[in-house]
Design a protein around this ligand. Sequence first.
Ligand code: ADP
Ligand code: GN1
Ligand code: MG
Length: 358
Amino acid sequence: MSNYDEARSVIEHFKIDGKLEEIKVNTQGHINSTFVSTFSKDGAKTKYTHQKINKNVFKKPKEVMENILAVTKHIEAKVSDLPDKERRVLSVVFTKDHKPFYIDENDDYWRTYVFIENVNTYDKIPSVSAARNLGRGIGTFQKQLSDFDGSRLNITIPHFHDMNMRYRQLEDAISRDPAGRVSKVQEELDFLFENRERGAKIWNAFEDGTLPNRVTHNDTKMNNVLFDPATDEAVCVIDLDTIMPGTILFDTGDMIRTACSTAEEDEKDLSKVSFSTEMYKSLIGGYREIADSFLTSEEKDWIKESGRTITQIMAVRFLTDYIAGDVYYNIAYPEHNIVRAHTQIALMKSMDAQWQNF
Ligand code: ADP
Ligand code: GN1
Ligand code: MG
């Protein structure tokens, strides 16, 4: 059965009123299989997002859903007075037997969210004002969770942003070289190994307690944030699968990586890939309007470096997956992971070339 047919048969297990009109595939994410359905009832249409959780990546999907339910409940209370509160937080739809997921015959976990309508997502930042709004949106998300007890959260992917572990995984892939690709990427490996020590600094400062342990989203790339098309305000942070305890610099870092690049993450023409200091200033300006009220001075000091660090960890992870034979990320064509690694390396080099100017 194709994923599409699977989605069709799974959807009926959720508590949704009305008649199923259509199902579309959404290929924006690299991890889960995502579908958007439209239901009609009494002339009104409602959309839902259905996702098959990637069990290769998330070994304990039940724990992922426990985290999401706890965090969305917390945010719901924070936005309850806003007129558009249903757009401000993901809302889980339960199954007919009152579970937050449906387990199919292959032991795959499926979940459903109310689709947040009338929003934009961007793979590339469209304007400096959107950058400012993204910064404000991530700052607001962190603030909403600043009084959430992180010890309640399950660790869904241990050591997710541990640079030391990511380099060990790269070394392991190199030594196995299952797809015979190592000889093709020597230059990329040289660059990344030269940067190994610097890249581990934030993780090490987190581990030794210099950086506070807070609730961290861990995947704040731009297309995990929904924008209002009328005001361009960042209204909702989605993709809560990796919410875990961590340093919030992981989140500042991923928003910098994605919002300050002049190209998409998988741009093949590297002459189009550079780091925009103009976007950076706007993004961090917006972020700090909100976040300065709770950031420590150590956190503030590491913001700039966090963008470089998270870009580096993505370069390491994409290159590892390329060498390992494309076993982790969804890819659209065979060279997709090396293309992604190249853009990350180009972005790091562009940051370095302008380091004194931002
Ligand atoms: P992945 O983990 O694979 O990245 P996401 O949860 O980020 O999956 O979902 C993939 C894409 O689906 C998002 O980038 C966004 O465009 C869209 N999406 C997911 N959930 C919703 C939602 N509730 N409302 C609107 N769009 C959504
Ligand atoms: C994945 O799920 P998605 O596409 O939002 C990945 C992130 C990477 C990102 C790179 C669980 O995010 O860590 O930063 O791809 N998610 C997981 O685009 O590994
Ligand atoms: Mg996503």
